[in-house]
Design a protein around this ligand. Structure first.
Ligand code: ATP
Ligand code: MG
Length: 203
């Protein structure tokens, strides 16, 4: 007969062994890619964007040629693609998955990691990268390479509040921890230090 601790350990593959999925979120322009790419430097950790993997799967299945075609698929097909993407990422080994906690639409906030995704990803931690709303506002303004939302400082603050709430809901569904990482202007090194404990044992 197996002891209860062996059973618990084997039923939680992302706890305590080397392979782990980390989700990194944060509102557009907060610096999530910059912070986590730096934190994972020198480690053997894959860095993938949920949307990119999703497009690749859609292309392989012949469902869509690109992101725009993918967005026009039926809701059921998009849901199936999300499930397939989560299952593929969960098998990648040590991986950081870059995605959005919530997506702001004219109809309201949409969960970026609905139940059928988060329960398959089973992340060890969800990192929420934040900065002061004014800092994000200025970064978006100065980043001419991207066409970003023209949100006000107040709207940016609200979006960050909603993302914290969403992250804890995802944690309740998956058992992940939620790590808030502050990425203030010109303090990238400090943000990377805050994120490092989440990556312990990976790579
Ligand atoms: P998206 O959701 O659009 O992918 P993101 O959250 O991944 O955005 P980044 O692309 O990493 O954000 O960063 C946005 C901009 O902010 C970039 O121009 C980046 O160089 C800058 N940036 C990131 N972190 C800092 C920082 N600590 N200080 C100053 N600028 C920063
Ligand atoms: Mg990014």
């Amino acid at each position: 007969m197996r002891c209860i601790l062996c059973y618990v350990a084997s039923s939680e593959p992302n706890r305590g062994d080397a392979m782990a999925v980390i989700v990194v979120t944060g509102i557009p322009g907060v610096g999530k890619t910059t912070v986590m790419q730096k934190a994972a430097e020198g480690l053997n950790i894959k860095f993938v964007t949920f949307g990119t993997v999703m497009v690749e799967i859609a292309q392989k299945l012949g469902w869509a040629k690109d992101r725009d075609e993918m967005r026009k698929l039926s809701l059921e097909q998009q849901r199936q693609l999300q499930v397939k993407t989560a299952e593929a990422v969960a098998k990648m080994g040590d991986v950081i998955i870059d995605t959005h906690c919530t997506i702001k639409t004219p109809q309201g906030y949409m969960p970026g990691l609905p139940e059928w995704v988060i329960t398959r990803l089973k992340p060890r931690s969800i990192v929420v990268v934040e900065a002061d709303p004014e800092e994000i506002f200025n970064r978006r303004k100065n980043d001419v390479t991207r066409a970003r939302d023209p949100d006000t400082v107040e709207e940016i603050a609200e979006h960050q509040q909603i993302n914290r709430a969403a992250a804890m809901a995802y944690a309740a569904l998956s058992g992940a921890t939620v790590k808030i990482v502050f990425n203030h202007d010109n303090a990238l090194g400090d943000a990377v230090k805050q994120a490092e404990p989440v990556l312990v044992g990976m790579g």
